[in-house]
Ligand binder design. Structure first.
Ligand SMILES: Cc1cc2nc3c(=O)[nH]c(=O)nc-3n(C[C@H](O)[C@H](O)[C@H](O)COP(=O)(O)OP(=O)(O)OC[C@H]3O[C@@H](n4cnc5c(N)ncnc54)[C@H](O)[C@@H]3O)c2cc1C
Length: 402
């Protein structure tokens, strides 16, 4: 796909989100209901902006990963834009995983309807204490082989979209395959033994279908439910997590850009102390810091996307770095916009407060800032150790002490 083709998709998405999606936004704090979503998705299909990341043969626009950022940012300019364009979490990450791992039969049953927007999905990893959270190795949900079938038992929580989903990709330990082995299973939500439990109310509304507990009571599935190689769930999860955390960055960067545009419009129209607010230095400092946050976020996303394509292992590191920066930067940008809009910023007259709620949880999910910083620092120390072991002089030794 040429740069001109990508620019055309960006322009179409921008027009569609501004002309059709933003006027249809529900009141702040109210999620988009499934019927409204379906109607808007039909309009998105007609406008040629539906499923930008999905291969053409599955009804999408077939954009390569390196071209997703500008389009996902346009979608993210509205909190409901990604759901309308069918590029919202967790479905978009699940599509990618299915595309890479699904058998032909799994593609037909799960990927085709998901890419078409006919069904929703969820990804079931996190568990109540002491199970998996920041530490996936604590995974407690277990699947045992019995008579040629798998029987899954356990409890998950924070399972985004589960209340609307047709199926979940479930991560479970499979001790029959080794002590530390885990496997991914495609489990229909209506399979006997699947129970949606306590609905967890969270700050944000853009990811519809709730984030409830889901329990698996002796849920039986056949070998055909295994996604990818049995026992390789942790390795497979990396295929999803690297790009998925980056697409969150892209979408939320779009929302931060809208907050900055709101602030820019406000400082041009608001007169204070005989000047437009935008001519007062302290206000300019807030705007400038936000421009720097937006530009550095976009650059780190592009770098990570290129890196994920060139070498998925290196890409995971780059996407981890981008995730920490962007998840924190978008919060700062929206918060500065709130400040520049004065009293209006902290009311529901403007949507900025809702935007703050949308982005805050991103510092926790897809790896908290602390988990990523921990990993980034460990990798940096290991890299430097290797350089010194390869013959570079260590720089911490003071000259006189040598
Ligand atoms: C809105 C939302 C949607 C979600 N959707 C899904 C979903 O669809 N599927 C799913 O499986 N999960 C989902 N999650 C769960 C999410 O992935 C977890 O909340 C996250 O992994 C953190 O796990 P935890 O909540 O158990 O926190 P804990 O693991 O208890 O971590 C708590 C805190 O410990 C700190 N910490 C973590 N690691 C380190 C470290 N190395 N050093 C120092 N401090 C550290 C961090 O501050 C962290 O926030 C979602 C969560 C939210 C809020």
């Amino acid at each position: 796909m040429s740069a001109a083709d990508v620019a055309e998709v960006v322009a179409r998405s921008r027009r569609f989100v501004r002309d059709v999606v933003i006027p249809a936004e529900p009141l702040t704090g109210t999620p988009l209901d499934p019927e409204a979503r379906a109607a808007l998705q039909r309009q998105a299909r007609a406008a040629g902006v539906f499923a930008p990341h999905v291969p053409v043969e599955l009804g999408g626009l077939g954009l390569p990963l390196t071209a997703w950022s500008p389009v996902f940012q346009e979608a993210g300019y509205s909190p409901i834009g990604p759901a309308v364009l069918n590029c919202m979490a967790p479905d978009e990450g699940n599509m990618l995983l299915l595309e890479r791992l699904a058998t032909p039969a799994q593609r037909e049953s799960f990927l085709v309807p998901l890419a078409a927007g006919d069904v929703r999905s969820s990804f079931a990893m996190t568990e109540p204490h002491p199970g998996a959270g920041s530490d996936p190795a604590a995974l407690a949900t277990v699947a045992h082989r019995r008579g040629g079938r798998w029987v899954i038992d356990g409890e998950k929580r924070f399972i985004s979209g589960a209340e609307e989903a047709a199926f979940a990709i479930v991560m479970a330990r499979t001790p029959d395959l080794g002590e530390r082995a885990a496997t991914m299973f495609l489990v229909p939500m209506d399979a006997p033994g699947v129970e949606i439990g306590h609905a967890i109310r969270t700050l944000e509304t853009a990811i519809t279908g709730g984030h409830p507990h889901v329990r698996y009571h002796g849920v039986e599935v056949g070998e055909e439910a295994v996604l990818g190689t049995p026992g390789e769930a942790f390795r497979h999860a990396q295929l999803r997590l690297g790009p998925a955390r980056l697409t969150h960055c892209m979408r939320w960067l779009g929302l931060a850009r809208r907050a900055q545009d709101t602030a820019l419009d406000r400082v041009r129209s608001r007169e204070l102390f005989g000047h437009p607010l935008g001519e007062l230095g302290l206000a300019q400092a807030l705007l400038a810091d936000s421009e720097i946050d937006l530009a550095s976020s976009a650059a780190l996303i592009d770098r990570a996307a290129a890196s994920l394509v060139a070498d998925p292992r290196e890409g995971a590191t780059a996407s981890s770095l981008a995730k920490v920066h962007v998840s924190e930067a978008v919060g700062r940008v929206i918060d500065r916009a709130v400040q520049l809009c004065g009293g209006d910023g902290v009311t529901h007259e403007l949507p900025l407060l809702g935007f703050l709620n949308e982005v805050r949880p991103f510092r926790v999910y897809d790896g908290s800032s602390e988990t990523h910083r921990w990993a980034i620092a460990r990798r940096a120390i290991a890299r430097r150790r290797a350089e010194v072991e390869d013959g570079e002089a260590a720089l911490d030794v003071a000259e006189g002490a040598r």
